[in-house]
Structures are given as C-alpha cells and as structure tokens.
Write a protein that binds this ligand. Sequence first.
Ligand code: ISL
Length: 591
Amino acid sequence: MKIMKYIHLIVMMAAIAAIISCQPQNKKSTATIPNRTWWKEAVVYQIYPRSFKDSNGDGVGDLKGIISKLDYVKSLGVDVIWLNPIFASPNRDNGYDISDYRKIMKQFGTMADFDTLLNEMHHRGLKLVLDLVVNHTSSDHKWFKESRKSRNNPYRDYYHWWPAERGKPAKRYSYFDVDNNAWKYDSTTNAYYLHYFARSQPDLNWENPKVRQAIYKMMRFWLNKGIDGFRMDVIPFISKDTTFPPLPEKYHGNFVHYYANGPHLHEYLQEMNKDVLSKYPNIMTVAEGAGVTSNEVLNFINPSRHELNMLYNFDAMRLGLIPGTREVDPKGINLVDFKEVFTKWDSVIDDKGWGTIWLGNHDTPRIVSHWGNDSPAFRALSSKMLTTFLMTMHATPFYYFGDELGMTNIKFDSIQDYRDIETLHEYQHLKDTGGDIKKFLDNQKMVARDNGRTPFQWDSTKNAGFTTGQPWIKVNPNYKTINVKTEEKNPNSVLNYFKKIVRMRKDNPILIYGKYTLLDKENPDVYAYTRELNGKKVLVLLNFTTHKVQAKLSFDMRKAKLLIDNYNTMQDANAIQTFTLRPYEAAVFEL
Ligand code: ISL
C-alpha cells in the first residue's frame, strides 16, 4: 500500500512539473489565467507616419524614417506598432482618403520600403498593425472615378447614389463637409453620392457583395505579406439602410449612433471573419468604435460571435466638453464621470471579451494638455500620472507616439498654421454662416486634431531632428527641452518613467489580467482602484489635481510595498484609513 502511495505521489509531482514547464515564460505565476493571448498582453504604440521621422528632407515623415528609428521604438518596451494609413492617397484627410489600397503613398516611400519595415520589425520582435479604411475611399480611387461616369457603369453600385429625379435625399450629416451635408450632387449623372466624411471621401456600398469581396481580397493581400492585424477605421459605419429614410428625430445632433447601427453591420463583420480573419488566427483586430455604446460592445468582441478582438470606445471623449459640442467646458473634466466611464466599460466587458484603454490619438489633443496639465510645474508629473493610468488598467493600452515624452498641444494662433481638413472646413463653414471665428480659434487651441500631429521631437537641433527640410506642419517650439535626446539622459524624465512602467506591466500579469475594482468612487480628485489576481492585490492611486488630496482607503498602508511613484519617493507610509497624495501624484503598491 505504502509503495502504491509513493508511486502516486511521484506521478502527481511529475504531472505538476510538466504543467508548470508548459506555462508561458512569465516572471510571476500565471498558472490560473485562462485565455492568455499575445494582444491582451501587448502595449500598442501608435505612429502617425507623417510626423515621426523624415528620411529625405521633403518635410514629411516616411517609412525609411520609421525604419531608422525602430531601435528607439524597441527601447520603449512596446510590442506593436499601429501605423495610420500608409496607402496611396491625395491626402485631403492625411491618408484616410485612399486612392489605391495596394500601393504605398508616394511621400511615404515604396512597397520595397514597406517590406523592409515589416522585416526589420519582425526581426526585433515588434508586430505591425495597419489601418483599414474601408467605410469610404478617396474620390480619386479608380472605383469612384468609374462609378461617377454613368448610371450603368459596372462600378456604379460600389458607392451610394441617389438619383436627383427622386428629389433631394433625406438629410445626412457629414463630419468634414463645409455645409455639413453628407450628400453631394454630381452633375455628370444627375445624382447625389453619400459621404459621411469629406466630399473627397465617398462611402463605399457594403450592401454590394462585390465591394465586400474586393475588400476581403485586399485584406488578404496585406495579411499574406505577414502583417499582424488591422485597426479598422469607423468600421461600425459600413452598413446603411439604402432606402435612406428620414433621420429619426432623436439622431439629429447625435447622428453617430445612427451611423454605427446599420442593418447588416454584424452580418458583414461575421462574413469578414469567416472569409478572412479566421484564416489568420494569430492576428489582432480592433474596431474604431465611434458611435458604439457599452451596451453594444460585446456584439463586436465576444469571441462566440466571431467578429473582432477589441474595440476602442469614445465614451470618455465627451468629457470636459459642453454636451453635444466640441467646445471645451470651462468647468473642466469631472473625475467622478471619468471613473464611471472606465469602470462601466470594464464591468460590461468583464470576462466576456477584452477591452482597450487610450486617452489620445491622431484625432485628439495631446493627453497632457487635455486630461493633465501642460504648465511647466505639472507637465511632467501629470504626463506620468496619465501614463500610470493607461498602463495599469485591465485592457490593452493604445499609446500615442510623443505622449511618452509629454508632448503638448501646439495651440496655433492663426488659421494659416492648421493643416487638418476638419479645422479648415469648420472654419470655412463659420465664415460662410457668420459664426464666431475668435471663439472657434480659441477652442481649437484645446481640441484641434493638429495639436497631436506636430512632428515628433527627437532632439534640440533644427526642426527637432524631424526633418532637414521644411516640416509639413510647424514643430512645437518646446522641442528644445522636450525631446528624446534630453529625456533619455535624465533618469527622472517622462520618457524613462514610461519605459519603467511598461516594463512593470509586462513583468506583472496582475496588471494585465487582474480583476479591476474601483475604490472611493465619489472622490472628485482621486482615481483609486485595485487589481487582483491569484490572491495578490495591487493598489493604484492617481491624483488628478494641482493640490494635495486624500484618498479614503481601508488598507493598512504600512504593509504596502511601493512599486512605482511619479515622485520617486513614497510619502504617507504610515497611512491606514486615508492616504495623502501630492499634486498629480501616481503611486502603485503591492498590498
Ligand atoms: O476626429 C473626430 C472628431 O474630431 C472623430 O469624430 C473622427 O472623425 C471619427 O472618430 C472617425 O475617425 C477616423 O476616420 C476619419 C479620419 O479623419 C480620422 O482620422 C479617423 O481616425 C475618416 O476616415
């Protein structure tokens, strides 16, 4: 009997050893984490190619420029680069108006440069995600050029046309149109075409199976080259009710929710998954979730639906703005609302899918200027605080290039400095309609997309080391002090803090997979939460204000181990029920 017991014991120990040795090599135990996936553990670094690094002196960033800086990207510790569109384009909306999906934009380089980029990235263990812009094309795309030629052209039904003899089509709002009108009359065939964005961005007709097949073929072309996934531009907008009924009253002023709920949207995403995505099981997909509410997110990302992996939501983007407008609210951002948004999305997604976390991208102002404080006293501290938030949440972080330096809004004084179609068209619209131009320009300093599109700041030489030519958009004059070279040398810089906290996230699965719980919910100044995994607990404390504040906690902080603090030092080590935080302090503890 005894011998049998020993044999049992030995067999069991051998089995346990085998199970442990099969686990992915992570420093801390992850034995009980279900559904581990590389893109859940990744940090995505978004590069706006136009503004990253110019290799040929034409003032526009390019692929060779990116290749020359891959070691920098690798040094950050991030895993994935998402590139904004790099395809042939007349650039009316900086590449979001594609004229040929299989060609590289001339200003950015050649297909050979692309192949080198992908190779060099993979060689360094970096993955590449491309922007898939298929709600619309450029009006210069061959399909549209054909489509507008005649009513019986084979490409006619690649786009949405409304014959003028039926009268004016029902109102549809457009994002970038000077008249706010998404229908444009075209005299060649006496018909209107639909464009949710600019007139130069006609919407593709996804209800036509030929369009869908052409797009799937194009997606396979890039996936076969070995790219690692797609970020899908306004993908919720693709399906339309082609009877184009009058817009229901409740959507006037809030049309994005109507646009994001087309009748066959999920059918098409499932078809795309079946025909394309499922054939490349190791890629990642993320929907730009404009117009998608937390009630709807699981329709896109619940694995049982076979659609997409992740969706990034826009709920937080309305905060700090006057409701229904893009005007900055002088009352500022209400932190209780901010916490509620992120907590709600986390609880809805729970373990039924996987979330994303982001605060800024190429369509937003710089995160430190909007969510933090870009005054000299607080810029670095608040940048680090916001980065702490992004790197300690229960979702995949999408981090915008330049935020790791604490780059700020440029705040142009003159309309001449702006390049963005959105700002320029809105300006024109106000001029045409006698709107308040001064108020508009003041507001643009805070919200304009160009604030986040100024050239990356490499060093303190001319044009921040971005280009030897004339940059396509002005360089932020603060590049003399805010730049990679200076920050690399300073152990306390925003850049070095970013690297440190990225490493911390990667070394601590609890920060990736751990359950998120909001604490001290009503506190208007502090965002406090715990992350829990396998009996371990981490506490995150973030002060969103310029003054000392207190978090109410029920932990005995005397036993807590400080993992990171943006002041470098721990204070209030003896706290029990409350914890005092210094201005914009961010502190992470193991409890
Ligand atoms: O930028 C916005 C508001 O300022 C958003 O409403 C934005 O238009 C929306 O999120 C869609 O964005 C995406 O598609 C646009 C392109 O201009 C954006 O850069 C892109 O991210 C059209 O392709």
